[in-house]
Design a protein around this ligand. Sequence first.
Ligand SMILES: O=C(CO)[C@H](O)[C@H](O)COP(=O)(O)O
Length: 225
Amino acid sequence: MTQDELKQAVARAAIDYVVDGEIIGVGTGSTANFFIDELAKIKDRIKGTVASSEATAARLRGHGIPVFDLNEVESMAVYIDGADEITNSGAMIKGGGAALTREKIVASVAKKFVCIADGSKLVDTLGKFPLPVEVIPMARACVMRQLAALGGEPRLRVKAGTQDAYITDNGGEIIDVVGLSITDPVALEEQINQIVGVIAVGLFAKAGANVCLLGTGEGVKTLTF
Ligand SMILES: O=C(CO)[C@H](O)[C@H](O)COP(=O)(O)O
């Protein structure tokens, strides 16, 4: 199976976690996009969604699925999203698609985080994938110095084909930290959260996934944490 077929398989499997009549939190990225396309087939069963990015909101609306502002929502049954890396204990690196801050906010309201990922995302130790950190633009340089002191190599994410900083839906910039071996993800998440100027770090460790639907050649495996 191709990587896209594995992503489609987990997106289909995630429909079992959709709770009828409820609001569903929806992530960002190619796997989340496959999930949105599956959700569209059963859209009449749900009350609506909360989106973790403008791109996701546009895709949901394109399918005629209601998208609520998070401020209008008191509870959410489940949040369904991809990951760049996930461990056997449910800790994740996210933010390859630059939506980490809204993903973390929406996930924090949901009762359950269901991660959907192809098998290549399962790792023993986080950090091979560069760790995204969203920052306030004026704090870029001082945050980068503090991230370098943690042992990684911070790089400013730029818009494809330019030297210009990539700007997120929140007006922030993204620093990708290369070369970390993250043996204590909870401690590192707390440490980076303490740096003034950081909006959010793409480590989802303190509140990681509750379930991971992992696409493999032998079918979809369900990991619970
Ligand atoms: O965190 C994310 C976006 O900010 C995505 O979930 C992550 O990058 C995985 O993307 P994909 O499903 O395209 O592999």
